[in-house]
Design a protein around this ligand. Structure first.
Ligand code: SF4
Ligand code: SF4
Ligand code: SF4
Ligand code: F3S
Length: 412
């Protein structure tokens, strides 16, 4: 197999195809500290793309309650187990470099009647049944019968935890689905890296369903071909009548009530690394502030969805899910510096894609110590610009006050 460089693993890896990268890549950041599990994103996608016959069990966007929930059921536990068996140990990193095998490398050594190109499994029909089983189910307590507490939870500190993990296709740089399709029916668009299944070429072999470690390629029995998240590409292309030709964020992003989502396009080098673009908000959050991390980087597909890890969850669990950058990301997020605080204000302030931001400094408004670190808040103004350089949004770190006049107390 050819070798490609995977920057999320800090090393080269095997992949069935030679490197070939788009000019720009669809990418997104989800702040898991803010997701309220309202499923508005899920319904925005469903009502737009998967409302037809044969798509009843298809949720291109889903939000699952971790650690127990999953769509399809137990998808991550199952693939982690396969990978652990192939590696003979749990995931191991050394100074930021992944030491184990990816799903592509593990498949090279797979010996059996049907050799796989990508390590994976096909979920059963039953496993696709529940879009949100174990909703709001928290972990058990240590001690007590069946791990349950005899005392119950007391504020201010809960002894249990859960969090909501919102997921869509990661439009991976090295997609497992694309690598596995014997019909070459899956392709990655050169202009924005969006991964699509050609509905005319697909013959329903379901190798893509088996090989996507995130289980985001889905089979449709009524047409006998597979489908997946299309990154709402007409909106990315600026074809939505509302945008006047300017690139727009996807349906699931734009609908997000918790304001956890920011989506954009990052420029790519020929070797798959990102072109330095210091003031692109996605580039800043992933590469400069390093607060947003890939989901299960050890799988090896280089997903282009990045997550700000939830700060209350045990670190071991988070490291399994987001790799070795967790401690650094949470420390930075808990005591954000001036620039990070300003960039966080851009989440869901506009439906257009922001390509660049600029910060205008404002006065100091607050100073304290938080989590053992000094924290100073300035009322800076952050301005987001579109692809054409025109201003899209202007917002401040401090929320504006509206004081009701005494004569009209019930108006704002
Ligand atoms: Fe393919 Fe899955 Fe990656 Fe999406 S998340 S590009 S379906 S491998
Ligand atoms: Fe659905 Fe579009 Fe979100 Fe993909 S990007 S999950 S197609 S709404
Ligand atoms: Fe979470 Fe936003 Fe989806 Fe609500 S709309 S479940 S806050 S990602
Ligand atoms: Fe290929 Fe998946 Fe269709 S493997 S043929 S795209 S079902």
């Amino acid at each position: 197999m050819p070798k490609v460089f995977n920057w999320q693993l800090g090393r080269e890896m095997s992949y069935p195809y030679e490197e070939h990268h788009p000019q720009r890549q669809f990418a997104f950041v989800f702040n898991l500290n803010r997701c309220i599990g309202c499923q508005t994103c899920t319904m925005a996608c469903k009502s737009t793309w998967t409302f037809s016959k044969g798509q009843e069990f298809m949720w291109w966007n889903n939000v699952e309650t971790k650690p127990y929930g999953g769509y399809p059921q137990s998808w991550d536990i199952k693939i982690l187990k396969l990978l652990e068996e192939a590696n003979g140990e749990p995931q191991r990193w050394d100074k930021g470099v992944y030491q184990g095998k990816t799903i592509f490398e593990a498949a090279e050594q797979h010996i059996g009647p049907e050799p796989q190109r990508v390590l994976g499994y096909l979920p059963t029909d039953e496993e696709w049944r529940f879009p949100n089983i174990y909703e709001d189910t928290s972990t058990g307590y240590a001690g007590g019968a069946w791990g349950l507490s005899n005392e119950g939870a007391t504020l201010p500190e809960h002894k249990t935890w859960f969090f909501y993990l919102a997921r869509i296709c990661n439009h991976c740089t090295y997609p497992g689905c694309l690598a596995a399709c014997p019909r070459k029916a899956i392709y990655k668009r050169p202009e924005d890296g969006i991964v699509l299944i050609d509905q005319k070429r697909c013959r329903g072999y379901r190798k893509c369903v088996e090989a996507c470690p995130y289980k985001k390629a889905m089979y449709r029995p009524s047409t006998r071909v597979s489908e997946k998240c299309i990154a709402c590409y007409p909106r990315i292309e600026g074809k939505d009548p509302e945008t006047g030709g300017r690139p727009m964020e996807t349906r699931c992003m734009a609908a997000c009530i918790g304001q956890i989502r920011l989506q954009g396009l990052v420029k790519m080098n020929k070797d798959g690394s990102w072109v330095e673009d210091r003031y692109n908000p996605i580039y800043y959050l992933v590469k400069m502030a390093k607060v947003a991390l890939p989901l299960y980087p050890q799988f090896g597909t280089t997903p282009n969805g990045f997550y700000m890890p939830p700060r209350w969850v045990p670190r071991g669990y988070l490291k399994q899910m987001f790799g070795p950058g967790v401690d650094e990301a949470i420390a930075k997020y808990l005591a954000p510096d001036r620039e990070l605080l300003a960039v966080l204000q851009l989440f869901r302030r506009t439906n257009r894609i922001i390509f660049r931001y600029e910060i205008q400094e404002g006065p100091k408004v607050y100073e304290t110590t938080t989590h053992g670190k000094p924290f100073v808040m300035y009322n800076d103004t952050i301005i987001g610009y579109g692809e054409d350089g025109k201003e899209l949004v202007r917002t401040q770190v401090e929320e504006p006050f509206h004081i009701r006049p005494a004569t009209h107390q019930n108006s704002i």
